[in-house]
Design a protein around this ligand. Structure first.
Ligand code: XMP
Length: 512
């Protein structure tokens, strides 16, 4: 059984980041709901457990908790922020309710010797973000770090392998945070590391072969990196028994169909089938304006197209998808997890219930940047590996309101200008995604001596590590100016361009 660490989620956006940091230390990690029983957790045999932060307060009667047996199970535990407070509260420590949040940098003073801080000096910078704090640690615990305003910045019960930190070692603003996490994994939990992409590829290939046996698989290729990596992985595992189906659904970016065909017939040849189904999708979307309805319809039409293709190809029992770990986490909350459902990404939430294929989702444990590493290891061309993420429902979620052929043509033209201008400076700007959005408003303009009443295009450019959080990119004014004047001058039907300056959260990357 591979070495793993469970991160119990109390509703913190950082739970994902903790998981990634642990993986960066070469140890597989996954997020589980905090409600998991000690018995179910023991069945997964984690080497250690991390309790995440979260927005709740243990001082409230109804606060999220863990199965109390977990704390006496002998599994090494690291509580972070809320997790630290919960551990203190559950084991008899005392806390003070904060009237203000302490948010920002702080310097901790390390006391005594502890494996958690091994190799660190006497004082080190950390990132704090909390309201309540522990004032007296529970019996058996010692204070291993304090700050001027936080008497128990970190505590440990070395005999029981229980550790708590009030600050966030997972964020980059805690410069020694990775060292602390690594110390916990190796010195406290006895992890040996060794989880790597090369190992992951071999594990996945073996798993795919033993699951598929002699059957055939169809794999939806969306044009994005995720499904391309899935197709490549299946190609390595079962060769021509996988058919990659690229559906031209009419919701793609300009020139994308030819580009994908070129990549997968010349640069990285695999068994490719291009299906032209623009009319099917666009007809089904007529009159639909609700984003979730669009996603569900598109998901359903995709499956219909796959069903037809599968019948044509014959013998395909499996459907492979590029579902990623964040998709699973975001959609899982629909089943009662602590964080709210934000969007039902069509490849998870919107899947029809009567699906007849068995699903293969080889990337469902990976984060986006891990998928890119995997693509590199598999030898996929850079144009695919470094490709911006593109949503499965395509331009349909970038046309706010009804999707029509006319709207699609306008958005494709506008988006092409954005891609051309941005690609010239992408290296320096570190952009995760940049694209155009067609808004459902018209505005008045003047072109020549004529009054115009035409569409508005919004430009979105964000930086992000994994799509879970994002910040808007401070694009240089002259670049924004070029994009704007090219769109307004070259794309018929647009007379205004605006720039979206919202971060995620509280906004999302896509507008729908
Ligand atoms: P949001 O808009 O939720 O997007 O901040 C996060 C990332 O996911 C992509 N995205 C989707 N991908 N199906 C997908 O396969 C979808 O329905 C979908 N919605 C958003 C988005 O482009 C961004 O990279």
């Amino acid at each position: 059984m591979r070495e793993s660490v469970a991160v119990l989620d109390f509703g913190s956006q950082y739970a994902q980041l903790i998981t990634r940091r642990i993986r960066e230390c070469g140890v597989y990690s996954e997020i589980l709901p905090h409600t998991i029983s000690a018995h179910d957790l023991a069945a997964l045999a984690p080497k250690a457990v991390v309790l995440s932060g979260g927005p709740a307060s243990v001082m409230e009667a109804e606060h999220p908790s863990i199965d109390s047996e977990l704390l006496s199970s002998g599994i090494p535990i690291l509580g972070i922020c809320y997790g630290h407070q919960l551990m203190a509260h559950a084991l008899g420590g005392s806390l003070l309710r904060g009237s203000n949040r302490e948010y920002g940098p702080a310097a901790i003073h390390i006391k005594g010797t502890t494996p958690l801080f091994s190799g660190l000096g006497g004082t080190t910078d950390v990132w704090m973000s909390h309201g309540d704090h522990v004032v007296v640690p529970p019996p058996g615990f010692e204070i291993i770090a304090y700050t001027s305003s936080c008497p128990v910045a970190a505590m440990a019960d070395h005999a029981r392998n229980l550790y708590g930190v009030q600050f966030h070692p997972e964020v980059i603003h805690t410069p020694q945070g990775m060292k602390m996490i690594n110390n916990f994994l190796t010195s406290v939990a006895g992890c040996t590391g060794g989880w790597s992409m090369a190992g992951f590829i071999q594990e996945s290939i073996d798993a795919i072969r033993s699951e598929v046996k002699g059957s055939r698989v169809i794999c939806g290729l969306s044009g994005g990196v995720d499904s391309a990596v899935v197709a490549a992985l299946l190609n390595e595992a079962i060769g021509d028994r996988m058919t990659a189906i690229f559906v031209d659904n009419g919701l793609l970016r300009s020139g994308e169909v030819d580009e994908i065909r070129n990549i997968f017939t010349r640069l990285y040849p695999l068994n490719l089938d291009v299906v032209h189904a623009q009319d099917l999708f666009i007809d089904q979307l007529r009159g639909i304006t609700d984003p979730e309805d669009k996603r569900k319809i598109i998901g359903k039409v995709f499956i219909d197209v796959f069903n037809n293709e599968a019948a044509r190809i014959g013998g395909a029992e499996f459907l492979a998808q590029g579902t990623l770990y964040p998709d699973i986490i975001e959609s899982r909350s629909a089943k009662g997890g602590p964080s709210a459902t934000i969007k039902s990404h069509h490849n998870v939430g919107g899947l029809p219930k009567d699906i007849t294929f068995k699903l293969i989702e080889p990337l469902k444990e990976l984060f986006k940047d891990e998928v890119r590493l995997l693509g590199q290891e598999l030898g996929l061309p850079e144009t695919i590996v470094d490709r911006q993420p593109f949503p499965g429902p395509g331009l349909a979620v970038r046309i706010i309101g009804e999707v029509t052929r006319e709207n699609l043509a306008i958005l494709q033209e506008a988006d092409q200008r954005v891609q051309e201008e941005i690609s010239a400076c992408n290296e320096i700007l570190d952009i995760w995604q940049a694209f155009a959005v067609l808004l459902p408003v018209k505005s008045v303009g003047v072109m020549g001596d004529e009054r115009t009443y035409a569409n508005v295009i919004a430009i979105r450019a964000v930086s992000s590590l994994d799509g879970m959080t994002a910040d808007w990119v401070k694009l240089p004014y002259d670049l924004l100016g070029r994009i704007s004047s090219r769109i307004i001058n070259e794309v018929a039907g647009v007379n205004r361009v605006v720039y979206d300056i919202s971060s995620k959260p509280p906004s999302t990357i896509e507008w729908e």
